[in-house]
Design a protein around this ligand. Sequence first.
Ligand SMILES: [Zn+2]
Length: 173
Amino acid sequence: MGDSVHWFVVQCASEDEAQVRASRILNWLIEHKIVVASPCPNTGLYPPGAGAQGYDPRIEYCGVQLVPERTVFHAGDSGLDGLACPSCRQVAAVEAIAWDDAVGSWFAGQDDVTLSCPACSHASRLHDWQFLPMPWAFGNLGVGFCNWWPDEALTQALLAELGADVRQVHAHA
Ligand SMILES: [Zn+2]
C-alpha cells in the first residue's frame, strides 16, 4: 500500500504570504494539539498530537507536511482521465485540450492562465477546470495530512481557519 495525502491547498497572493499563512496554520495545529510542536526526525512530518483523530498509530509515516511554495497538487497515481469545462460541463479528453501548457504557464508564474474548451470554445481560468477522476489544485501553500484522514469536524475547522479559497486534493502515491 502506498502513501496517501489529503491536501488542503490555498492559492495565496505571493510566496511571502504563503510563508506567513504556513506558520499561522502550524501554530493553530499545535495550539489545538492536532500536531506536536516539532517534526519527527525520521519522516520530517509533524506527528499527530494528543487531540488528533483519524490516523492509524501503527503507520509511522503519518503527520502534517507544509509546502509553502508554488506547487501543482495532483492526484498522484489516480492519473488524469479528462477535464470538465466550468462553463458547459462537458468533459474534454486529455489529448483534446492543451492542459499541460496551461499547467506549465501557471507553474512559471502566470496566475490568471486560462484554458479553452474544445466543446464550447469558452476560455476559463485553469483553477476552475475540474480535473478527473480526482481534483487537482494549484496553489502557493499546501497543508498535507500524510496517511491521516481528517474527520468532518477537523476538515471544517481547517477550512474555516485557512479561508475561503481552499481546495482539497486526495493524492495517492
Ligand atoms: Zn465548455
